[in-house]
Design a protein around this ligand. Sequence first.
Ligand code: MCA
Ligand code: AMP
Length: 519
Amino acid sequence: MNSASQNLFTALRAAFPADLDQIAVEATSPAGEPLLYTWRDLDCASARIANLLASLQLPEGSRIAVQVEKSVEAMLLYLATLRAGYVFLPLNTAYQSAEIEYFIGNAEPAVVVCTPGNFGWVSKIAFTAGTQHVFTLGDDRSGSLLQRAAHFGDAHEAAPRRADDLAAILYTSGTTGRSKGAMLTHGNLLSNALVLKDYWGWQPNDVLIHALPIFHVHGLFVAIHGALINGSKMIWMAKFDPQAAIAAMQRATVFMGVPTLYVRMLAEPTLTREVARNMRLFISGSAPLLIETFKEWQQRTGHTILERYGMSETIMLTSNPYAADARHGGQDERRGATVGFALPGVGLRVVGDDGQLLPTGEIGNIQVRGPNVFKGYWRMPEKTAEEFSQDGWFKTGDVGKVDERGYVSIVGRSKDLIISGGYNVYPAEIEGYINDMPGVAESAVVGVPHPDFGEVGVAVVIPKPGARVDGDAVIAQLKSQLANFKIPKRCFVTTELPRNTMGKVQKNLLRDQHKGLFA
Ligand code: MCA
Ligand code: AMP
C-alpha cells in the first residue's frame, strides 16, 4: 500500500482483528437461515468485487450507483467501491423511476447496480444516461455482480486515495428545486469514524445490532464504520423488527436507531431491564427524540439513550457524552431533548439572520465547520457557495441554541423539511408533484406530529375554479410517482390557503389546524 494513502478502506481493514476467522457479521438469509461471515470473508469478498470494478477500467472518480435491498453483500459492494477507489452512490430502495432517473441523470454513474427484479427499468434509465455497466444484486446473493466477481481473485491492494478524494455522494433533497448530491471525501468519513470511536468508547468486543437501512449516513457510515473500525461484530438485520432487535440485545452491546425504532421497541412487552442487561450503549439520531421516549426508555431498561445530531453533508456533528468530557468540565450526563456537545474537532456556532454571532443560550441558526464537513454539492458550485457563510461555515438549516455548559439543543429548522421516521421529506418536492395534477391550483404540505414516525406529511390542496379534486386520488397518484415514505398520510381539499400580508402561505397555521390528526 502507498503509505501516504488515506483510502478509508485501508483504515477499516487495518482494524480487522488479527484472527480473521472470527465471526464479523451474523446475518439471516431471506429464507430465515443463519448466515455467518468471518473477517476473512469480508476481506476476500470485497476484494473480488473491487477486482471486478478495477477490471472495468473506469475513469478516475467514477460513480457506482447502487439501489439494492439491504444485505451483507450490499455492504461488501460499498467496501469494494472504496477499496477500488471509486465513489459510492447509495439510493433508497423506495425511490421510484422518476426519482432514479433524476439521480442517474445527474450523477452520470459509470456503473449501476440494481435488484434483479428492477433490471428492466433501471437499466433502461442507466443506458439512456450513458452508463456502461449495469449489474444486479439480490438480497439472496443472486444476480450478475457476484457471478462476475466470483471469477476474480480474493486479494486486492486498495487504490491510493488522498484525504480530499471523493468516497461517496449522498443525495439530499432541497427546499427548492431538485436534490443535491453531497460529496463526502475519504478524509470526511475517516476523521468522523475515528472521533466517534473514541467519543463513544468503542471496544473490540462490542457487538452492534445493525438494524437501519444502508443507503443513508446513519446505517451506512455511522453504524458500519463504527463496527468495522473497532473490529467489532455486527448482528445484521435486513429489516428492522422490534422483537428480533430486543432478542438480539442479550448477545449485543451497542444499538443505533432513529426515534421510531425506540418507540416501536417500547411497545413490546419483552423489552425489560433484564433483556437489555448486556447492552453498553443505545444511540439515537436522524430525528428529534421525544423526551417522553427518552424517559420511558430509562425506566424500562435502565439505560440512558445517547442522542446525537448529524447531516448528510457533515456526518456526525454533536453527541451527548458517553463518558466524562474534559472539554466540558468532565460532564458525562446524557441530557434528553439535547444533542450534546459539538464533537471534538467540530466547530459549532449559533448566528442570527444577519450572520452575527448570538450570545450563549439564544436561539438562532446553527453553523458548523470541521474535517467532517463535505466538499460541496455535486456539479452545483453556486448552491454550494450559498450554503456556506463568507468565513467558511456550513449553514445547517437547523435552528437551535447552546447552553452555558455547551449542550446543543435543536429547536426547529429554517429549512422547510419534514423528518418522518428518520427520512427527510421536502414539502416543496411533494407540492411540485401535486401542483402538476389536473385541476389543482396550488397546494401546501406540512408536517404534523405522529406517534410512530414522529412527524408525517399532510397535504392541503386548492382546486382550480370549477375543478373537482379528490384527496384520495391525489394520494394514489403520488404513490405511483414518489418513494412511499414521502407520501402525505392525509390530503384535504379546501378553498384557500392561509397567507400573511406578504402573500406567503402560513404553514404554521396549517400545522396548528392539523396537529391533532394522529394524536
Ligand atoms: C415507512 N413508511 C413510512 C416511513 N417508513 N412513512 C413515513 N415515514 C417513514 N419513515 C410507510 C410506508 O410508506 C408504508 O406505507 C408503510 O409505512 C410500511 O412500509 P415499510 O417499508 O414496511 O415500513 P417499515 O419497515 O415499518 O419502516 C419504518 C422504518 C423505516 C423502519 C422506521 O422508515 C426506517 O428504516 N427508517 C430509518 C431511516 C433512516 O435510516 N434514516 C437515517 C437518515 P403504505 O403502506 O401506505 O405504503 S441519515 C440522517 O438523517 C442523518 C445524517 C443522521 O443524523 O443520522
Ligand atoms: P439528512 O439530510 O438526512 O442528512 O438529515 C439531516 C437533518 O436531520 C439535520 O439537519 C437535522 O434537521 C436532523 N437531525 C439529525 N439528527 C437529529 C437529532 N438528533 N435531533 C433533531 N434533528 C436531527
